[in-house]
Design a binder for this molecule. Sequence first.
Ligand code: PLP
Length: 401
Amino acid sequence: MTAHAFDHAPMANCPFMPVFGPPAIMFERGRGTELWDSEGKRYLDFLAGIAVVSLGHSNPAVAEAVGDQLDQLLHVSNFFANPVATEAAVKINDLLLDATGHRGQIFFTNSGAESNECAIKLARKHGGRGRHTIVSALGSFHGRTLATLAATGQPAKHEPFAPMPEGFRHVAWGDLDAMRQAVDGSVAAVLIEPVLGEGGVHPATSEYLQGIRELCDETGALMMVDEIQTGFARTGRWFGFEHAGVSPDVVTLAKAMGNGMPVGACWARADVAAVFQPGDHGSTYSGTAIATAAVNAVIDEMQRIDAPAVASRQGRRIVDALRSVPGVVDIRGRGLMLGVELADGIDAKAVYVDLLDRGLIVNAVTPTTLRLVPPITVTDAEIDEAVALIIASLAAYGAGS
Ligand SMILES: *Cc1c(COP(=O)(O)O)cnc(C)c1O
């Protein structure tokens, strides 16, 4: 059993608010898929900061861009423009023009929750008075701010913070009939993940996303896709919705967008974005040069290595290697966003802790599911090493016996 990083101090002496539980390990250094803790032990990181460090730890291209930017300009405020954010905005608008067929505009944020906050405000302004409801899925995750928590389809997470902001409705994930019943004339938008991430790595079917698109077209509600975890090549396409061949009105981004720099964005089709007027929304750090320098480097580097193709190839390598392993009953997901469903009686949390001891970082996203979201730059040898560790761990937990 791994000791937690503040083992030698009572929790009261921990400098952090106790919202995350005792941190397991103190990490000091990373390179590519590898991390080293404060005792010098090496780990393979198949969590990548929860699908954030998609180009690997200390990616040289990102580090160089951010380092150079430190000497140029960090921040100027939104009364003024800076060339770095402008370049990043054009790049993202171009990627989404390719993916959706629509010209659009973006607002830069500092996190995923803020990207969804922007989308929710945009949907309310677009819907107008009396049309402000946001419909999302049970089991979804959209963030921790009050509005994004209200959109998150996990009632247990709402309960301690009641009253929640009003205007949010939840329906069973993947159930188009339930969605049809929920989307009436009071609905401003549907907010949906193309692969349910925190909810256990469940990909939406094409029919589901296409059905939501049709429903939104019929009712005038916006189709808003939360690509915070799936975006930027993770699923084998630049954006998760592309697998279904649908074209959303609003797309929210963060996580891999900065490869660890805290940055996100809300994109909307130009005619939707046009409902915002000066003063409607803002953020001190929106489009700050130091964060958007990382975004430019991430996009350039992902294009250079053809990250979507690499993610789908390496994802297949993992699926092929784990599919028939004793203790694994199912492996689902897209590209390098994978959920490994364990056999009855194997506790995913225990396997997660055991794998940490063996030097592999994954995460138990549900009591029965391990989530694998390694850097897209993960090598064949690293995949083989991780698979061997998972096989050994499952064998130790009685799989196949
Ligand atoms: C991580 C995540 C968020 C929240 O992003 P933060 O940066 O933690 O605010 C929202 N939606 C999805 C799908 C996510 O995976």
